[in-house]
Design a protein around this ligand. Structure first.
Ligand SMILES: [Zn+2]
Length: 120
C-alpha cells in the first residue's frame, strides 16, 4: 500500500468519481462555503501540504482539493488519498476554494480538477 487509490494524482485535470467510504468523525459540518472561515481553509491547505511532504518524502508545494477535504473533515491521515466525507462535501470545498482563489487568498484551480492549491 502506498497510501493512494486508483486516482492518478499526476494527471491534474482528471478527477475521480468520489468513492463513498462513509467516513465521518467530526462535528464540523458546514452547509455552505461561507461556513468555512478563510483562516481555517488556509490552515487546512498548509497542513495538507505539510502532511503530503511528510508522507511522501518529497518537497511538494501544493495540495489537492482531496487533501484539503481530508484535513477539513478531520482525517489528515488520509491526505494523499481520495475519500468522500459526508460532513465535508466536495462541492462545498470546491466552492470555498473558488471564492478564495478569486479573492487572491489562494493559488490553484477550481474547475473540479486536482486543484494544486497553495497559499500565495
Ligand atoms: Zn482545473
Amino acid at each position: 500500500m502506498d497510501g493512494r487509490n486508483a486516482v492518478n494524482l499526476l494527471d491534474r485535470h482528471q478527477g475521480p468519481d468520489e468513492p463513498d467510504t462513509g467516513t465521518t468523525s467530526t462535528t464540523f459540518a458546514p452547509r455552505k462555503a461561507a461556513d468555512i472561515p478563510d483562516d481555517m481553509f488556509i490552515n487546512a491547505v498548509n497542513q495538507a501540504i505539510q502532511t503530503r511532504r511528510a508522507k511522501e518524502g518529497i518537497a511538494v508545494t501544493w495540495a489537492t482539493r482531496w487533501d484539503v477535504e481530508a484535513v477539513l473533515a478531520g482525517h489528515p491521515e488520509q491526505v494523499g488519498e481520495v475519500h468522500d466525507y459526508p460532513t465535508m462535501p466536495s462541492n462545498l470545498v470546491l466552492a470555498k476554494a473558488r471564492k478564495m482563489i478569486l479573492k487572491g487568498k489562494l493559488d490553484g484551480c477550481y474547475c473540479g480538477c486536482r486543484g494544486d492549491l497553495r497559499v500565495p
